[in-house]
Design a protein around this ligand. Structure first.
Ligand SMILES: NC(=O)c1ccc[n+]([C@@H]2O[C@H](COP(=O)([O-])OP(=O)(O)OC[C@H]3O[C@@H](n4cnc5c(N)ncnc54)[C@H](O)[C@@H]3O)[C@@H](O)[C@H]2O)c1
Length: 395
């Protein structure tokens, strides 16, 4: 482990997760890059890294780290991963979403192939114990032959959070290929996050080549009352969405012998309902599945640990760039379905981001119409403030 040195591009909020992960693995962080001097200074103090840059390309050229975390806003991931690959970085950990469209995803994969760099996309929930246990149970036949799945997410945008839900849905189902899908999104609120416009809700139906079918619903109307750690149940429209049983996203996998329910990001054995994060229903019997909490190393730590194995032995990585592209293809496919108002047959051919294109052409209602919005007013102010502070930072 001590042979590696790491650097971080983008020293904001999520960089803290990457800093913790490198620390857990005993990998020194030797450098950081950020356009904000303030962020750089805080990063330097927290990590002890002395090499701090406002130009990430200069950092890559001078430091030549073996490992680089790309933790900037979504639309910057592609250029930074490509630059890190071209600088000869052995392992690149890129935050989700992998890319804004398939053009970018393919550019990133091509650059990594050319340099021999290993790329991983941080859909790190893969390593959280409840999700890992659920995947194992399904693969071992605990609910029989899988027939269909339902996924729901309490956040409004595929590019910001839905990418995690798409990834997990595919992973729970054993990464089947999509045959076709149908999707629609509601972008009328015009909110922006991580440097781009976001939809505020959507629905999709996915048909896989192995005949399994899945539905997905996401949006602020399903927003968790305790998403920010506060109990504000009154904002939840439907008690079934209440946070004690929902937790970020929620999955039901139906098999011909039972169904598995996975209650998202619960961080301990029993939640406020005093029930396991994972349950199997067979007829009128409910089996509460025991999960080992917490994982000895954080999820991002486990992601990076596997990346070291991939670099050293060529072993496949569950969150590699190809997997990230697969998730991106579903995301773009749903947006394209909304744009064309029709079923999208895979593979997805479109090269742009249809949602962002619809925002530009005015095919989506212009932002500002807040009638019918489900976001509590104080939330709306919070998102506005955040988005203004993001644009001030030049993000
Ligand atoms: N995997 C997860 O669970 C998870 C959770 C939250 C965020 N994220 C992702 O992490 C990424 C970062 O999110 P965040 O919450 O840390 O955002 P943030 O705004 O807190 O941090 C981003 C940092 O990037 C810096 N930056 C902007 N342009 C730059 C440039 N050209 N060069 C170097 N630095 C630059 C900003 O100054 C800022 O400090 C996003 O893509 C987000 O989607 C992932």
């Amino acid at each position: 482990m001590t042979d590696y040195k790491a650097a971080v591009i983008g020293c904001g909020r999520m960089a803290r997760g990457h800093m913790q992960a490198y620390e857990e693995l005993g990998i020194p962080i030797v450098a950081g890059a950020d356009i904000s001097e303030e962020a750089l200074q805080a990063f330097g103090e927290e990590t002890g890294a002395e090499k701090l840059y406002t130009d990430y390309k200069e950092m890559l050229a001078e430091v030549q780290p073996e490992l680089v975390s790309v933790v900037t806003h979504d639309a910057l991931h592609c250029e930074m991963v490509v630059a890190a690959a071209q600088a000869g970085t052995k392992g690149i950990v890129c935050e989700k979403p992998m890319a804004m469209d398939l053009t970018e995803a393919d550019e990133m994969l091509a650059a990594c192939r050319a340099s021999g760099s290993r790329l991983t996309i941080s859909h790190q929930r893969h390593y959280m114990p409840q999700y890992a246990r659920a995947r194992q149970l399904i693969a071992d036949g605990a609910i029989g032959h899988v027939v269909s799945a339902e996924a729901s997410l309490k956040a409004g945008c595929l590019m910001t959070d839905g990418t995690h839900t798409i990834h997990m849905l595919l992973a729970l189902l054993g990464d089947p290929d999509v045959d076709h899908l149908l999707g629609q999104v509601d972008g009328h609120e015009g909110y922006e996050y991580y440097g781009h416009r976001c939809e505020n809700a959507g629905i999709a139906f996915l048909a896989f080549t192995n005949q399994v079918r899945a539905s997905m619903v996401w949006g602020w109307m399903a927003r968790s009352p305790a998403f920010e750690g506060r109990i504000r149940r009154q904002h939840s429209l439907d008690p079934s969405w209440n946070d004690e049983i929902h937790r970020y996203h929620h999955f039901i996998i139906h098999g011909d012998e039972g169904r598995l329910e996975l209650y998202g990001d619960v961080f301990r054995d029993a939640d406020l309902l005093n029930a396991s994060a994972l349950r199997i229903f067979r007829g009128d019997q409910i089996e509460e599945i025991e999960i080992e909490w917490p994982a000895p190393v954080s999820a991002i730590g486990l992601e990076i640990k596997d990346l070291l194995g991939t670099i050293e032995t060529g072993a496949p990585h569950p969150l590699d760039g190809e997997n990230g592209r697969k998730v991106t293809e579903v995301m773009v496919g749903i947006y394209e379905s909304a744009r064309r108002r029709s079923v999208i047959k895979f593979p997805v051919e479109v090269r742009d981001n249809p949602f962002l294109a619809m925002c530009e052409t005015g095919d989506l209602p212009p932002p500002g119409d807040e009638t019918g919005s489900y976001v509590a007013p104080n939330e709306r102010e919070r998102w506005r403030a955040r988005s203004e502070s993001d644009s001030e930072k030049g993000a």
